[in-house]
Design a binder for this molecule. Sequence first.
Ligand code: NAD
Length: 354
Amino acid sequence: MTAFWTEADFDDHELVQLVRDRASGLTAIIALHSTHLGPGAGGTRFWHYPEGNDALRDALRLSRGMSYKNAMAGLPMGGGKAVILAPQDKAKSPELLAAFGDAVNALNGRYVTAEDVGISEADMVAVARRTPYVSGLPVKGADAAGGDPGPFTAMGIFHGIKAAVRHKLGKDSVKGIHVAIQGTGSVGGGVAKLLAQDGAKLTLSDIHQDRARELAARLGAESVAPDAIMGINCDVFSPNALGAILDDEGIARLEAPIVAGGANNQLARAGHGQKLADRGILYAPDYVINAGGIISVTLEYLARQKGEPCEINEVRKRLAQIPGRLEEIWQQADATGVSPDAVADRMAQTLIGR
Ligand code: NAD
């Protein structure tokens, strides 16, 4: 039998915990990658995994990703992630969420959870009945940060696209810049609206084609079939749907000098960052440009711990720092010939003391 710490994705994680609760049927894995900068923060995924090892791999990879993302966002948080192994019908009972909340609570704040795929805001409210170590809870009032992270993620990506356009194309505005957006959900739809307000030319696509068509009609944009979006001749390709789209084939199809979008884990493998650079395509490392949501939910969490409201202006200030971080990465990449994804990884590792 192979020990799990010899798994390719094991990276000296500080804690990998299997949680079982017979009464509610809960099986979960909580992984803390690094708490060097603070408690491990990252969402809970509720997913049906045909193989238990797939769940372990997800917990290991996603928690490391959160260490990097939180460090590069300048947050006083480490990296953690939980996966709940859902039954095939993805049924979720209040007892199961309560048992999961107890497991998070037992870690005494070393892990702070939030929503991820398969977990709604209402689910997190249920978890929060058992533990205070929860972020991404609903907030009241237009001036309060926190809650749904999508709009904040979109705002950070919008800033990041503008920075990429400045760096690669030497333009200070996105007016007339053609952006092809893959995925028009919470993040991609938000990015599209912000870009449209600034006069960008947009081509949208979504596997729910009506969604892309309706948004395009509202924004005066075009929409194309899902399989056409990566080959659009444009200034920026913005992936906001699936991960692992930047593989050999995907990179070969690109007709854009910039890739900047919010999807997690866009590079199919680490070497694909270099392939983008070899083609002269500027890449905005995903976990740097898409940190807006985690910035918002973390500031909400830290404020709540102190019994204070979280000011939206503080979140906006932090979001506006994303372009500077990207520019630093690109300048180092230009100076050293190392691809931007590898530069970002190295910076993140240094920040977490690895
Ligand atoms: P969402 O579910 O609201 O939207 C995703 C959209 O992508 C949906 O409309 C879906 O139909 C579409 N889609 C799926 N497959 C597609 C394909 N092959 N081609 C075109 N469209 C496709 O999700 P979201 O919250 O907008 O997240 C989008 C991406 O951003 C994900 O990769 C997510 O992990 C990442 N992300 C989200 C946040 C956040 O705050 N929501 C933060 C960081 C990263």
